[in-house]
Design a protein around this ligand. Sequence first.
Ligand SMILES: CC(C)(COP(=O)(O)OP(=O)(O)OC[C@H]1O[C@@H](n2cnc3c(N)ncnc32)[C@H](O)[C@@H]1OP(=O)(O)O)[C@@H](O)C(=O)NCCC(=O)NCCS
Length: 133
Amino acid sequence: MRVRPAQARDSEAIRDILDHPISRAFSPESAHQATESAICYVIESEDRVLGFCRFDPHEDGGYELSMLVHPEHHNKGFGSFLLDGSLKELSSGTRIRVEVVPNNGAALAFLMGRGFTHIGRTEHADVLEMVTP
Ligand SMILES: CC(C)(COP(=O)(O)OP(=O)(O)OC[C@H]1O[C@@H](n2cnc3c(N)ncnc32)[C@H](O)[C@@H]1OP(=O)(O)O)[C@@H](O)C(=O)NCCC(=O)NCCS
């Protein structure tokens, strides 16, 4: 299992993860709209891409995080390994913001267990933030 920068050949696997109905139900619209200058990492296990972590530059500085693990592989530790491996690649002191759709308690628990703090709500999402160590 490893985390590595995403490559063009990963686009089909990433699209499959994004298009899964469970992913659609639990990811904000922003997860589906990558900016050109986004930084993206994937987690690969046995030659299969099982998830991605994408950092889109945010208007207030820092990045907006979108992350998804393939729904068939939730709760197996892949998300933690992917997030840790991706955050390590960013400079220390980088502000990371993430939006979580309502009724996604699993993602809130996941992110808050990994250093994110709940900072507020928009009309459509809870907003969490962290600054990389
Ligand atoms: C959030 C997500 C990335 C986590 O990935 P994952 O591979 O399932 O994560 P892990 O297996 O490493 O860890 C899951 C953690 O959540 C916890 N968890 C899972 N469901 C939970 C629930 N309903 N309530 C509380 N905690 C829950 C697990 O106990 C585990 O915590 P622990 O490691 O401290 O014991 C994945 O669920 C996902 O892709 N969700 C849909 C998209 C999304 O919500 N993305 C985040 C915002 S963009």
